[in-house]
Structures are given as structure tokens and as C-alpha cells.
Design a protein around this ligand. Structure first.
Ligand code: CP
Ligand code: NVA
Length: 301
């Protein structure tokens, strides 16, 4: 079953096809009103379930719009509305949902939930973020980089901040797309050991971003982190803020990305977010195009 569970569980050749197909679909829609369907409607007659156990703006809207542009229909479900939150097993839920829909996108907490859903579903399952990874985001990020700067292969990418789920997908992508990834952040918030070998660590942020083609950050407190950790994390991460001084150490034409939502003037200053290096809104838009290509890949259409 061609699920899309993670960057590293997808064949690199398929990842490349997905990026190229996303770019082609974006070009084909150039200048069209968002609400109009594509000329080609490969999802006609198909139903996609979008399940959210955590909040979402971009993932929810971009998947919903993307499916509709391709002629399909969606059903947006929150975990708490379903029996999922009331004791029915993930395995039974997956088997039941598979009798109604053609594909499932799920945003959840534990990776185990995603994997169990994929194991027992008879239809493709797509990872819309777990505590451990966010592969759809990084497909959009690779697409965005290449749209602005050409092939990402060999580029120097620097992540400043928390070694979180979005970083994990960047690390998987560094291997799949063959770019160079540096992590800069406090030791206490290092990426999980499973990612060792996919990136290098430079503790001093000023030194880390030297010569970077792309600087990336994310929120200092993720949805799965306890709010009680907020102050401690802010204290640990303050020195890793992406600001004009830090960006000045990167290449003059370096790009800045953030998956959003951002806490302006915490992990990145508004000056950088709204400045000449920033491509954050192209990045958000490209979620739509990248996910349409992921759906086509999973459904073989
Ligand atoms: N970047 C991202 O996944 O945003 P949402 O949480 O709004 O979906
Ligand atoms: N790291 C963030 C990403 C949100 C899109 C989180 O998991 O909350």
C-alpha cells in the first residue's frame, strides 16, 4: 500500500517525482482563482478523510482545497468527535474508515497511532504530523527551496532552535535529497538519537549559519510539549533566535523558512519573517501543491 508515512519510508525516486509533479501542477494553475478545479480531475469520485487530533490551519485547509481542486471530496474529522478518543482501537477504526473512504490523512500525537492506522487500513494513509515527524511540510519546503534557488542537492541548510518533529523530517530529507544539514541549538533540546548521522551539530549559532543557503526555525514549544515547559524552553532557546544579525552571517542570498505558525519575535523576528530572505508564505502555499502530488502518488492517479 503506497502510504506516505515519512520521508525516509518513501523511495527517494518517488520523492523526486512528487516534487516535480507538485511544481508542474502549481504551474498549470498559474493565475487561476483558488476555488476553480484543475483541468485534470484525478480524484473525481474519491473521498478523503482528514483526521485531526491536534489543531491545524495550513494542513487542514491545504488538504481540503487540494482534494477539491483535483475533483474529490473530503470529510474533516476531529479525534475527539470520533470513537477514537473513547476506547475503540486504532486498528478497528482503520478497518472501518477504509470501507468508506479512498484515503486517510491523520494528524496525531504518537507515531504508533499513525503506524497502526497504516497497518490496518486498506487505503493509503498520509502523515499530517506526529510528535516525531512532519513529512508533508518538508516536501513543501524542498519544493519552495528549488522554486527559488534550483536543485537542493548539495545546499547548506541550517536549523536553529528546537530539535523537534519538523527538524526530524528535515534530517530524513537531507539524506533523501542529498543536502547538508546543520543543527544549532542547546544540548538539552538535541534531536532524537535515531537521527544521528543525518546532520551535524554546531552549538554556536553564529558559526553554524556561516555560508548557509537556507536558515530554518520552528516554534520553541510544539503542540505535544507541556505548556509548563514554556519558560524553561524560552530561556534555553533565546540565543538561537533567527534575527537580522544571524541572517547576516548566512550567504547574502540565503532563504529563511518557518513552517508556521510562528511566535513572532520569539524564534524569529518580524524583521526576518517579513524581510527579503523570507519565503514563509510561498512555503505555506506549497503545502497545497506538494500534498496534491502526494495524494496522486498514494492513489496512483
Ligand atoms: N505548518 C503546519 O503544519 O501548520 P498547521 O499546524 O496550521 O497545519
Ligand atoms: N513543531 C510544531 C509544528 C507545527 C506545524 C508542532 O509540532 O507543534
Amino acid at each position: 500500500m503506497p502510504h506516505f508515512l515519512d520521508i525516509h519510508s518513501t523511495d527517494p525516486a518517488d520523492l523526486r517525482t512528487i516534487i516535480d509533479s507538485a511544481a508542474a501542477m502549481k504551474t498549470a494553475r498559474d493565475g487561476r482563482p483558488r476555488g476553480t478545479p484543475d483541468d485534470d480531475r484525478p480524484l473525481a469520485g474519491r473521498m478523503v478523510a482528514l483526521i485531526f487530533e491536534k489543531p491545524s490551519t495550513r494542513t487542514r485547509i491545504s488538504f481540503d482545497v487540494g482534494v477539491r481542486q483535483m475533483g474529490g471530496e473530503t470529510m474533516v474529522l476531529s479525534g475527539t468527535d470520533m470513537q477514537l478518543g473513547h476506547g475503540e482501537t486504532i486498528a478497528d477504526t482503520a478497518r472501518v474508515i477504509s470501507r468508506y473512504v479512498d484515503a486517510i490523512m491523520i494528524r496525531t500525537f504518537e507515531e504508533a497511532t499513525l503506524l497502526e492506522m497504516a497497518e490496518f487500513a486498506d487505503v493509503p494513509v498520509i502523515n499530517g504530523l506526529t510528535n516525531r515527524s512532519h513529512p508533508c511540510q518538508i516536501m513543501a519546503d524542498v519544493m519552495t527551496y528549488e522554486e527559488h534557488r534550483g536543485p537542493i542537492r548539495g545546499a547548506k541548510v541550517v536549523w536553529s532552535g528546537d530539535g523537534n518533529n519538523v527538524f526530524a523530517s528535515f534530517a530524513h530529507a537531507a539524506q533523501a535529497f542529498d543536502f547538508d544539514l546543520t543543527f544549532t541549538g542547546p544540548e538539552t533540546l538535541d534531536p532524537e538519537p535515531a537521527l544521528d548521522g543525518l546532520y551535524r551539530t554546531v552549538r554556536d549559532p553564529m558559526q553554524a549559519v556561516e555560508g548557509a543557503d537556507l536558515v530554518v526555525t520552528d516554534t520553541w514549544v510544539s503542540m505535544h510539549d507541556p505548556q509548563s515547559a514554556r519558560e524553561r524552553r524560552h530561556n534555553q532557546l533565546r540565543g538561537y533566535q533567527v534575527n537580522a544579525e544571524l541572517m547576516a552571517r548566512a550567504k547574502p542570498d540565503a532563504l529563511f523558512m518557518h513552517c508556521l505558525p510562528a511566535h513572532r519575535d520569539d524564534e524569529a523576528t518580524s524583521e526576518v519573517m517579513d524581510g527579503p530572505h523570507s519565503v514563509i508564505f510561498d512555503e505555506a502555499e506549497n503545502r497545497l501543491h506538494a500534498q496534491k502530488a502526494i495524494l496522486r502518488h498514494c492513489l496512483g492517479v
